[in-house]
Structures are given as structure tokens and as C-alpha cells.
Design a protein around this ligand. Structure first.
Ligand code: FNR
Length: 367
């Protein structure tokens, strides 16, 4: 029951723009540098095309997938967004997304940067699995604490983001000192962790700058190949590496016992001047064999979801689309965006004559 809720990404973005604060909008909508990679991520989808097949009996479609032994009703998931908490009007965005996940069966990946401690999220997920995304702190004890908390809280996979051990050069945020976390937002996982409080060494309310400095000092560690053994030993959860773009990196990660490869360029918020994420997907997927390939960056429609699946993704993530749904209508807004994308993807499969996801694989060409 959403009042005049639009049905396309352009309209979601436009409507969200009128509802979000200027600083939050810059943070969510912006990318790094001149935003070339961000733009390219979206436009590159238009250079891939499928050829419809007729008389193919796609009257019923099966969009389900299997991921780490879990049967999921759709191939979509919500990528981690570090400000979901505050995009929501009630500052309860993670649980709003979790409720949308429960309603749709689309998994929600919670960021390290949340407005409520991670333990409070899975209770709203219903039967749908949640994933926890880790920004590996420089302090290994804090990293291990986050990981064991995520496992104990009931998250079903650990997504370790590799491309953001330092933030990208983002002019739209630099000019306004606009990183929400440096203003104290979305740090609940840190302040609910005794190890972080020990590092902080004081009451966080007393000196905001000291708190921001303590956060900045532990945020992000540039992991090396030599760290993967340690990482593997921290948890029984499936581990996914997010931000892999090169087939050699994918191969090496799989050899090191990593369970999933997540092709992404962070929606064009980190490296700039690079290739579109969708163009890098097929060559990475080719070396992954049975290892699941997650993908995001630039998906704006159900047709984009179908193309990513055809190019080798096991599951397709979205970031900004559901963020705008959250800004417009909370949990119902997120659910609406997910249902629009899924509806368009399924209609596309029907018209293209593909009854299931396996039949999409490889049936796509560069145009
Ligand atoms: C992100 N992304 C992100 N990734 C991550 O691993 N941890 C995080 O906390 C965040 N935070 C975040 C905030 C905002 C505002 C955006 C837009 C993105 C990246 C995200 O998971 C995903 O890779 C991109 O959003 C995908 O690109 P699209 O769908 O936004 O084009």
C-alpha cells in the first residue's frame, strides 16, 4: 500500500532525492573521482544482449538458486550498505531491510557499519538467511570478535570486503566532511564490542573527536594473501571475498579455501577509471568452476539481473536501488523495489523463452 510508488530506478532515485538530506544523498548517490566507473557500471549493461527463443515453453519460471547449501527462491540479494540504518526515516534501516528480506526471501547482507548492533538484525529476517559483511579492522582481536559475534548471531555467510581498507577519493563527500561514520553514525558494532571500548579507553560520549580517531585508527586493514589462512580459521561460516575483479585473484582465493567470489567494484565508490563490473564478470566466472560467484555494481533493472546471471553470476546484488526504496518507504519501499526487479526479471525470462536460471547461462553476446 505505497502511495504512488514508482516502478523504475530513475524514478526511485528521483523520488528519494526529494526525501533524503543533502549530505546523505551525496554519500549514497556519489562515487569516486569523476564517477566514470560508476557511470560505466550502468552503461556497460547496454553492450550485452540476449537473443529471444520462441516455442520454448517458459510458461512457468523457476528463479530459485542454491547458495552455500541454502535453497533460495530468487537469485537476488541486498548488498551491504553502510548507512542503511540512517537512510530509513526511523533510523532503523537494517531491521527494515531484514523485514523486506523476510517478506521476499531475498537475503540481506548487513554491513559492519550499522545503526544497531548486529545481534539485533537476524530476529527480523524470518526464514530468509542474512549475511554479515566485514570491514576487517586493523586490530585482529576486534576482527575475530566481529566474526564470532556474527556467527553466534545466526548470520549464514561472512562477506569480507577487500576493496575498502581505505575509502576512495570521493569529492562529493570530501567537500562536506561527509563520511557519516566520522560523525558518529552507524558505529553500533564497534560500541557494542568490549575490544573496541578497550582500544578507545574512555567514555565515547566525552570526546567525539577522540572517538572518531579511534574508529579511523581501527577501520580497515589491507589484507594480504598470507592473511587468508588466519581468516579461514576464524569461522565455520562460508567466506566470500568481495571486490574480486581479476580471474587470477579468484583462482588464488579458491585455492586458499575461500567459498565464494564476489565480483564488484563497490558501485564505483572506490577505484575510478576502471572497467565496468559487468564486463569483468564473465572472465572471473569462467575460472570459478563450482564456486559460487556473487556479483554487484550497476544493476538497475530486472533485465540487468538476467544479464548478470547469463554472464555467470550465481546471485546478483543491488545497492543503490534498494537504498532508495528504503528512503521512500522503509521496509515496504525495499520490498517494492525487490518485487519490481524480480517481476521484470521473470517477465524477461518468459519472453526470452528461458524457464530457469541454468538455461540463461552463456546465452548472451557483446553487441
Ligand atoms: C556501499 N557499499 C558497501 N560495501 C560494503 O562491502 N560495505 C559497506 O558498508 C558498503 N557501504 C555502502 C554504502 C553506500 C551508500 C553504497 C551506495 C554502497 C557497496 C555495495 O555493497 C555495493 O557493492 C554497491 O552498492 C553495488 O553497486 P550499486 O548497486 O549501488 O550500483
Amino acid at each position: 500500500h505505497l502511495p504512488e510508488f514508482p516502478f523504475s530506478f530513475a524514478e526511485w532515485e528521483e523520488k528519494a532525492t526529494t526525501l533524503m538530506s543533502t549530505s546523505l544523498l551525496h554519500y549514497v548517490a556519489g562515487g569516486s573521482g569523476d564517477q566514470h566507473t560508476q557511470t560505466n557500471n550502468v552503461e556497460a549493461f547496454h553492450h550485452w544482449g540476449m537473443t529471444p527463443r520462441m516455442l520454448a515453453a517458459a510458461t512457468e519460471r523457476d528463479l530459485s538458486i542454491e547458495l552455500f547449501g541454502m535453497k533460495l527462491p530468487t537469485p537476488l540479494f541486498m548488498a551491504p550498505i553502510g548507512v542503511t540504518g540512517i537512510i530509513d526515516r526511523d533510523n532503523d534501516g537494517e531491521r527494515a531491510c531484514a523485514r523486506a528480506a523476510a517478506a521476499t526471501g531475498v537475503p540481506f547482507c548487513a554491513s559492519t557499519l550499522t545503526q544497531v548492533p548486529m545481534e539485533k538484525i537476524p530476529g527480523s529476517l524470518g526464514e530468509t538467511p542474512g549475511f554479515f559483511q566485514l570491514y576487517t579492522p586493523s586490530d585482529k582481536q576486534l576482527a575475530e570478535s566481529f566474526i564470532s559475534r556474527a556467527e553466534a548471531a545466526g548470520f549464514k555467510a561472512l562477506v569480507v570486503t577487500l576493496d575498502t581498507w581505505m575509502p576512495g577519493y570521493r569529492p562529493r563527500d570530501l567537500v562536506r566532511s561527509n563520511f557519516p561514520q566520522l560523525r558518529g553514525w552507524c558505529l553500533a558494532n564497534y560500541f557494542s564490542d568490549q575490544r573496541f571500548l578497550d582500544i578507545l579507553g574512555q567514555d565515547p560520549d566525552k570526546d567525539v573527536r577522540a572517538t572518531a580517531r579511534a574508529f579511523a585508527s581501527v577501520f580497515g586493514k589491507s589484507l594480504g594473501w598470507e592473511d587468508l589462512g588466519w581468516l579461514r580459521g576464524t569461522t565455520k561460516l562460508p567466506i566470500v571475498l568481495k571486490g574480486i575483479c581479476h580471474p587470477d585473484d579468484a583462482k588464488r582465493a579458491i585455492d586458499a579455501g575461500i567459498d565464494g567470489i564476489y565480483v564488484s567494484n563497490h558501485g564505483g565508490r572506490q577505484a575510478n577509471g576502471g572497467r565496468a563490473a559487468i564486463d569483468m564478470l564473465p572472465e572471473v566466472a569462467e575460472v570459478c568452476g563450482d564456486t559460487p560467484v556473487l556479483f554487484d555494481s550497476g544493476v538497475r533493472s530486472g533485465v540487468d539481473v538476467v544479464k548478470a546471471l547469463a554472464l555467470g553470476a550465481t546471485a546478483v546484488g543491488i545497492g543503490r536501488p534498494y537504498s532508495y526504496g528504503l528512503a521512500i518507504g522503509g521496509a515496504a519501499g525495499v520490498e517494492h523495489v525487490l518485487r519490481c526487479l524480480l517481476a521484470e526479471a521473470e517477465i524477461q525470462m518468459a519472453i526470452d523463452g528461458r524457464a530457469d536460471i541454468a538455461s540463461l547461462r552463456g546465452d548472451i553476446q557483446r553487441i
